[in-house]
Ligand binder design. Structure first.
Ligand SMILES: [Fe+2]
Ligand SMILES: [Fe+2]
Length: 474
């Protein structure tokens, strides 16, 4: 059992103190991280005391320690789940061989790229969300936003630890670069598309945490299978934190639906906008946007990279143990492609379809959440069903990048898509309307903006009117 050191500058359960070089390197990176956090983290709240969950160890009673903390004083630490004795590689060509504690030379570049790509998403989302506190619907939501933000910061630490401890000078340079790219900056953008999109209203934030953080969950599940054991152990612990982010998204959208259903009754079948509600077709358009952007994050449907990640034991399938065949050398995957304007079926070798296999698991998980949203509407007596659009809709990566399709997947001309896209994706007017609802923050304990219902429960047994954030100047 590894001991947890919380008295160190960097809390950790990896015995950092025994590796002075590594400790020094990370202690040198820390001020850069903090200055990034002050510049690009939540704007206007750095002096506030926030009721946050902080990981102080990986034990069940240690990783969810709640207390007031100023965000810059949050104890960003390095936590890996305990090693599994005798763990072997669970898939690919090296199936059954012992996992690696050091990076195998032949996989060094690939592993570094996987870690950097994952690592880049973490600060990116903090940057995307940095102004949301200024328009929060309640102190409860403000606290949840900050919880997500500090944990994404910790996830960056998790990846930087791997870069510093296993990739030498290249790793240190990559760690610096993770702090210099900026979400949405045309000159130095973040690596992946969805992480450069604006996420500047709370409807987007809840859709982002539902759909985009869930992509994160599936990427982490796939990396948690990795034959590179430090990566597997790091991502396993990250998954425990990730669950809360998706809870924020699922319940956030659910509370909007609840409130809209109430307002629909008051509006007697008329538009809810005069009552300050978010109408359901607009919720559907926001869903279409964030779902399709998040589908792109899984990469191309047919991918030789994905095949080689799998073959070499670097990135598996989510819950690899649930599959019967861990080599995946036989069998194929039937994909729908588009050839000369028509949908056709194509069989591809299973390993080349690993991105699609992971995307399948993701889609299924999304559908479960959407079903819960639809139950909220049904129980409120509202005849409206939210649906996930077809995978061909609004894609920018992979087989469908050059295809125009409606949300049902029917192929269209580019002109028709352009003409009709405001039926399916948020328009400028939609965005302006959502922003108009969120011009004022709600900082009074227990109060809630008009467009969203209160949560069913508070955080960690605290009541709804608990002071989740003590405002510095209040
Ligand atoms: Fe994360
Ligand atoms: Fe997350």
């Amino acid at each position: 059992m590894s001991t947890v050191r919380t008295d160190d500058t960097i809390p950790n359960n990896v015995d950092l103190a025994s590796d002075k070089r590594l400790q020094r390197a990370l202690e040198q990176w820390q001020p850069s991280f903090l200055s990034w956090w002050r510049e690009m983290g939540p704007h206007g709240f750095q002096a506030d005391e926030v009721f946050l969950r902080t990981a102080v160890s990986v034990e069940p009673d240690g990783w969810a320690h709640f207390d007031y903390v100023k965000m810059p004083d949050y104890r960003w630490g390095i936590f890996l789940t305990e090693p599994v004795a005798g763990r072997t590689i669970g898939f690919g060509d090296d199936l059954g061989k012992p996992v690696w504690q050091q990076v195998p030379g032949e996989h060094r570049n690939t592993l570094r790229r996987l870690i950097v790509t994952q690592g880049d998403t973490e600060p990116a989302s903090v940057e995307q969300q940095r102004l949301l506190g200024l328009t929060c619907p309640s102190l409860y939501d403000l606290r949840n936003l900050f919880q997500v933000n500090v944990e994404e910061g910790r996830h960056l630490w998790a990846m930087v630890y791997l870069l510093h401890s296993h990739f030498g000078r290249d790793g240190r340079e990559e760690a610096e670069a993770l702090l210099t790219r900026r979400s949405g900056d045309p000159d130095r953008p973040r690596i992946l598309g969805a992480f450069n999109q604006p996420c500047d209203d709370w409807l987007s934030f809840f859709m982002f945490t539902f759909f985009t953080d869930r992509d994160g969950k599936y990427q982490l599940l796939a990396l948690a299978e990795s034959g590179f054991d430090p990566l597997a152990r790091t991502t396993r612990f990250m998954l425990t934190e990730e669950a809360h982010h998706m809870f924020v998204g699922e319940t956030g959208v659910g509370r909007i639906l609840q409130r809209t259903a109430e307002l629909m009754k008051l509006a007697k079948g008329e538009d809810v906008r005069p009552l300050g509600g978010i109408d359901l077709p607009l919720v559907q358009r926001a869903l279409n946007l964030w779902y399709s952007l998040s589908l792109d994050l899984f990469g191309g449907e047919i991918s030789s990279n994905a095949a080689s990640f799998f073959a070499s034991g670097l990135k598996g399938r989510a819950k690899e143990e649930s599959f019967a065949d861990h080599r995946a050398l036989e069998g194929s995957y039937a994909l729908e492609t588009v050839k000369e304007g028509r949908v056709a079926r194509e069989e591809v070798p299973l390993r080349n379809a690993m991105n699609e296999v992971l995307r399948d698991a993701y889609v299924e998980d999304c559908q479960r959440g959407v079903d819960k949203w639809n139950r909220i509407l049904a129980e409120a007596g509202v005849a409206f069903t939210l649906v996930l659009p077809h995978r061909r809709f609004h894609r920018h990566i992979g087989l469908y990048a050059d295809v125009s399709a409606d949300p049902r997947g029917e192929l269209l001309s580019r002109e028709e898509f352009e003409r009709r896209k405001e039926e399916w994706l948020p328009s400028e007017a939609d965005r302006a309307y959502v922003r108009s609802l969120m011009t004022q923050p709600v900082y009074a304990p227990g109060e809630m903006a008009n467009w969203i219902a209160p949560p069913r429960q508070g955080i960690k047994g605290r009541p709804a009117d608990f002071v989740y954030v003590r405002r510095a100047e209040a």
